[in-house]
Design a protein around this ligand. Sequence first.
Ligand SMILES: [Zn+2]
Length: 430
Amino acid sequence: MLTRIKGGRVIDPGHLDTVADILIKDHKIVEIIAAGQKEAIEPVSRIIDASGKIVCPGFIDMHVHLREPGHEHKETIESGSRAAVWGGFTAICAMPNTDPVNDNCEITEFILSQAKRANFAKVFPAGSISIGLEGKQICEFAQLKACGVVAVSDDGNPVMDDHLMQTALAAAQSHDLPVISHCEDLNLVAGGVMNAGAVAREMKLAGISNASESVMVERDIALSELTTAPVHIAHVSTAESVQALREAKSRGVRVTAETAPHYFMLTDEAVRQCGTHAKMNPPLRSAEDREAVRRGLADGTIDAIATDHAPHSSREKAVDFGKAANGVIGLETAVSLGLKLVQEGVISLTQLIEKMSTNPARILGLESGLRPDRSADLTILDPDLAFRVDIEQFQSLSKNCPFDGWQLQGKAILTMVDGRVVFEEENPTK
Ligand SMILES: [Zn+2]
């Protein structure tokens, strides 16, 4: 039996942008029929009316912290992958800083089996670069890859040892595994808890310089050039990092980068209103940095938008700013905040889809795209739906969101994974 998604504006960047119907059968896209083309011969079991809506390849969040195993009170694989599909993501890449760390096949296989049981978003685990995230000994990349990891990262921790990073880049390249680098020089951070600047001074909090990020971005660029291995820079937050990436890309270095919605929407001023819900690592930066991140998104220097979804319970957040855990959740707001960037004229809708689907798929080596015979993983957006962000409605187990109460326009209203509707907005006119 066929499912027909009817009359939507179908956008697959670089390939398709037309009003069309999509026919789906047995988990796969069978055919994309442009308006006015022939009718399907087989009977259709379900029609999804997408007129006035945008149909895109399923969104992929390449940077998510699910807290299972180890911290299930913050998020489980089930709750996190449910939050993902509610936010319009069909696939997420799970960072390895769980407890125990995903540095071996037993944990990788556990994550994959829990994800399969949850049956919401596809979960692609990242393995760690170093055993136990300790930065001392490199993991068995061949084994990890064979068990199903799609990338390696010590995210949460930087790889401080330059030589270890060089070795890891070369080893990962030989196994065709992307390396996702959390760029932070801990010696420069030296106990800082928020962006160095006027707000930190007024609040009497220890600052974190832009250099603590950009010197590591520069190092990774140098190591990528040295080894010819690709490197992906996580959560870019500073103007200096964006400029270093721009120059590296212009001379052909195999570097890619992501940023997160909080870095293109907020500045360190948010710490005044949101307190620990605006504490993350790297920290929210200045207005100039936010502008630089936006320019980096617009000109292609920053390839991807990822959430760095980092759930924490109130236990870890309702404490002194200095002691609070780093991170905010993002799965259920990212698509709408991305659409806000489009409304503000910073990037086009097609660029947004590239940065939230096409490019993450390319960087991680995943299948994506709206073509016959591909998996029917897709997201339907209603660009006009106005709503108020309400953390009480979130599927995530955690509430650490600085966007609570924001009035936004545009939202994912249907998420399909392997031809199955896993999320559908109940009240699309609210
Ligand atoms: Zn990180």
